[in-house]
Design a protein around this ligand. Structure first.
Ligand code: PEP
Ligand code: MG
Length: 735
């Protein structure tokens, strides 16, 4: 195949032959360069100007995904895939279907070979095998070293000094580039036994006092921004004053140990007892105790407060096995750019604090401490859950470009904040924010949102150690209303159960948790819990406007029972002499299809309805929303889903019930465009989506769109995505 000529010209011929052989509109070959960057080396069908210019990091986009996992990918509908990374310079927008295979040699990925088709096409196993066979030929060509000098990719014996890429899990998005600082190792204890227990007890007392003052200072600092991390440090204070813990340390000192050795011994005992525990919540508490222990040891050694303040670089990425949230706050947050953890989970407290600090975090990065030396240059890619250590110039450049593009888009979208959310034909669309943490609230003003369309009350419950009492809940809700400053806030009552577990709630081991005891079902079976939450909401909103929404309602009678509990609490408010909310609106989430068939009975009782499209899709198609095997199998833009949504718009309009949609669908421009076509005029979304969605809204003529969508709904297609994309292209809608 394609013998003779330079390696580059042979590669050019190969891609041409593959495209002809497989009837593809595009065939492209990406070759691996140093620093794990895939460079477009040859193409037929994409823009030739992009050759040797387009570069993708391993893990980035579909091509990067193939290289990262050394496995083929075949997609009939590539643009809707979450890993799809659009590169405008390649001109690849019209291509729907994508199939790519790794170019493997000697067990290593040397590149990626991909084909694309304009028309939707399902590739079969034979197609994949054919491309894999051709990739073997290309692998030989790459191995000659004529395309990329083999020395560029040579792995030296001293692997540690080479650039490397480590896989982890994204715990917070964003990109950071800076020098690495390794979290200080635990102090070593030099002297184990002491002659004078009284002296040791006094040292312990002083160290505990000084630790308390330091924690109090942290509390004051964290209080300036408020939020959940403040609560977390509060629980630290609780640990630090735990009498059982301190008295066990004192006992150990009385047996003749130094204060340090006693602290360590108690910690070792705790660890031994916890060793067999697999419960993630308890393990997380163990981490808090480790943090407190280290902290106390620091104070005993006379070291306190900010970690190595004087010697830290001006900008740094912190690398640690794991970290307590208060430990993270010990570092100067103005210089801290990112965080990499060997362990760490999405709902760990340190991740929550890192989110509050708005720094990218990659967790579960196995072996990271062995691969990074202090002051190594690292890139934390929180968007893709990967870390680059001592990256090559190419990759640094590629990231700088990503950062630049991201900044540019941010500027563009920030500018859109001041613009009205109105379609080209003058239809106003209300844009609301989805929130769940106090730290989300500044987005309300930054985005210019009209209000909070969904406040997920369960999130503050999930980060706490114990069930928050009514007073604590009231305080949180009041803060939300204060921050909203008169803009409407829709509070959804506790939506736990299923995948959202509370640390202090029994694990029921349900076989089908998504279909199990969750949300309003728990609220109605444990009415005291629901009552307390409603009471807290009513107190918080005394004299102000309040919107309450019940999740996962499957029967009108469930809504009516919940409503009765709310009415009881309203009467109790009168008895307590507390003013009622100025205006109270009550609504439901539309998530369970059974409710679609009870609209006649339901609509007269509700003030508003919000469609939870994440759950509605999973129940409508009986397709688990968290199962990667079913990813993209059923489409939100299917005739079934869109017909349901359009029907809801009509019915709610007729009944005078406000309707909105608060699932992820509202955050994606094409899906949101379809919602406008269905008649939705209120969308609630994550803060990052505002710019794009508003840009889309301002470029669409909704009247034309609505008529177009009407004509499509009767089609037998599994999805109308391509038709809607074509509409957007033909009508200049900016997606
Ligand atoms: C939904 O189901 O679409 C929704 C907004 O609720 P959650 O994602 O919290 O289940
Ligand atoms: Mg839901």
């Amino acid at each position: 195949m394609a013998a003779g000529g330079t390696a580059q010209s042979r590669l050019d011929k190969i891609v041409m032959l593959i495209a002809a052989e497989m009837g593809a509109d595009v065939c492209s070959c990406y070759v691996m360069r140093a620093g794990e960057v895939l460079e477009l080396f040859a193409t037929i069908g994409l823009n030739l100007d992009a050759v040797h210019k387009t570069r993708l990091r391993v893990g980035e986009g579909l091509v990067g995904d193939i290289a990262a996992h050394a496995r083929p990918v075949a997609l009939a509908n590539a643009p809707s895939h979450p890993n799809f990374a659009y590169r405008p310079e390649t001109g690849e927008d019209p291509f729907d279907s994508f199939m790519g295979v790794p170019i493997l040699r000697g067990g290593r990925v040397r590149g990626v070979l991909a084909i694309q088709h304009i028309a939707r096409r399902a590739y079969d196993e034979q197609d994949v095998e054919t491309l894999e066979t051709i990739a073997m030929v290309v692998a030989e060509l790459v191995a000659t070293g004529e395309l990329v000098d083999n020395r560029e990719l040579q792995v030296a014996n001293d692997l540690v000094l080479l650039p490397s890429r480590l896989d982890g899990v994204s715990l917070n998005r964003g990109i950071a580039m800076a020098m690495a600082v390794l979290h200080r190792p635990q102090l070593t204890i030099r002297q184990m036994v002491a002659d004078d227990p009284e002296l040791e007890l006094r040292r312990l007392r002083e160290a505990v006092d000084s630790m308390h003052s330091a924690i109090d200072r942290l509390l004051i600092l964290s209080g300036e921004t408020g939020g959940e991390h403040h609560e977390i440090i509060e629980t630290y204070r609780m640990f630090a004053t735990d009498r059982g813990w301190l008295s066990r340390i004192r006992e150990a000192i009385r047996t003749g140990l130094t204060a340090e050795a006693a602290v360590q011994q108690v910690q070792n005992d705790n660890r031994a007892r916890m060793a067999s525990v697999t419960d993630s919540y308890i393990r997380e508490r163990q981490l808090d105790l480790d943090d407190i222990t280290n902290r106390l040891l620091q104070h005993l050694a006379g070291r306190q407060d900010k970690a190595d303040g004087g010697t830290l670089p001006d900008a740094f990425v912190l690398v640690a096995r794991n970290l307590g949230p208060a430990e993270l706050l010990d570092y100067d947050s103005t210089r801290l750019r990112g965080l990499v953890l060997e362990e760490g989970a999405a709902y760990s407290h340190v991740a929550i604090v890192a989110r509050a600090l708005d720094i990218p975090v990659v967790g579960q990065c196995t072996g990271v401490l062995n691969r990074i030396d202090p002051l190594d240059f690292v890139i934390v890619d929180g968007d893709h859950g990967q870390v680059f250590v001592r990256p090559a110039e190419d990759i640094t450049e590629a990231f700088l470009k990503s950062i630049e593009v991201g900044e540019e888009r941010k500027r563009e979208f920030a500018a859109a904040r001041e613009l009205e959310s109105v379609t080209r034909d003058g239809v106003a669309v209300r844009l609301m924010l989805n929130a769940g943490l106090l730290i989300d609230l500044p987005h309300l003003h930054a985005t210019g949102a009209d209000g909070i369309g969904l406040y997920r009350t369960e999130i503050p419950f999930m980060v706490r150690h114990t069930y928050p009492d009514t007073a604590v809940q009231k305080e949180t809700y009041a803060k939300v209303l204060d921050e909203a400053d008169g803009k409407p806030v829709t509070f959804r009552t506790l939506d736990v159960g299923g995948d959202k577990t509370l640390p202090y709630f029994p694990d029921l081991g349900e076989e089908n948790p998504a279909l199990g005891w969750r949300a309003i079902r728990i609220g109605l079976d444990r009415p005291a819990m629901l009552r307390k939450q409603l009471r807290a909401l009513l107190w918080a909103a005394s004299g102000r406007d309040l919107r309450v929404m019940f999740p996962m309602v499957a029967e009108v009678s469930e809504f009516l029972r919940a409503r009765r509990i709310l009415d009881l609490e309203l009467r109790r408010l009168d008895q307590d002499g507390v003013a009622r909310p100025r205006d109270l609106k009550v609504g439901v989430m539309m998530e369970v299809p059974a409710l679609l068939f009870q609209l006649d009975a339901l609509l007269p009782h509700i003030d508003f309805m919000s469609v939870g499209s994440n759950d509605l899709l999973q129940y409508l198609f009986a397709s688990d929303r968290g199962n990667p095997m079913l990813n993209n199998r059923y489409d939100l833009l299917s005739p079934a889903m869109l017909s349901v949504l359009r029907m809801l718009v009509r019915r709610c309009d007729e009944a005078g019930v406000q309707l909105s949609l608060c699932g992820e669908m509202a955050s994606r421009p094409l899906d949101a465009m379809a919602l406008l076509g269905c008649g939705f005029r209120t969308l609630s979304m994550s803060p990052g989506a505002f710019g794009e969605i508003k840009t889309m809204i301002r470029s669409v003529n909704v009247d034309v769109l609505q008529r177009f969508l009407d004509s499509l709904l009767g089609r037998p297609d599994r999805s109308l995505r391509q038709h809607l994309l074509a509409f957007a292209r033909d009508h200049g809608v900016r997606l």
